[in-house]
Design a protein. Structure first.
Length: 143
């Protein structure tokens, strides 16, 4: 089983004074959110990691359907990159549970808020290798 440090609202989580760890499907959700919300090129050591979603959704004056289509494609690429990274981990002998691995991307849904047009609601649904549905949800806005 692999693990990562648990992050909540951008902060590390403490558990009785120790850094909390995350594993299983919760780790998969955290991994999806991390790659989706990290700006592509934001890490100089891994410039290929992340997505361009912040550039697509935030501050764009294009029509909503064009913005959503671009963002869905960028998220698709980011999640596929994550899936490729997981496959590399497994092939290198690292222990990764089926709950933590993407089997395939089921749906990427992006909707514009009817209350605040600067806000987009994003849902990324995948099926993990344990045949469980995993849903990573976040809001993107320029407010």
């Amino acid at each position: 089983m692999s693990f990562d440090l648990q992050v909540k609202n951008g902060d590390l989580v403490l558990n009785n004074g120790d850094l909390a760890q995350v594993s299983g499907s919760d780790k998969l959700i955290q991994d999806i959110l991390k790659i989706a919300l990290t700006a592509a090129g934001g890490n100089i050591l891994q410039p290929w990691y992340g997505s361009l979603i912040s550039r697509s959704l935030i501050g764009s004056y294009l029509q909503t359907d064009i913005i959503i289509s671009m963002a869905q494609g960028q998220l698709q690429n980011a999640v596929q990159t994550l899936q490729n990274l997981q496959n590399l981990q497994v092939s290198s002998g690292q222990s990764v549970t089926p709950d933590e691995q993407i089997s395939f991307i089921k749906n990427i849904s992006i909707t514009r808020s009817t209350v605040d047009f600067r806000t987009f609601n994003v849902s990324i649904q995948v099926l993990n290798r344990a045949f469980g549905k995993v849903n990573a949800v976040f809001t993107a806005s320029n407010t």
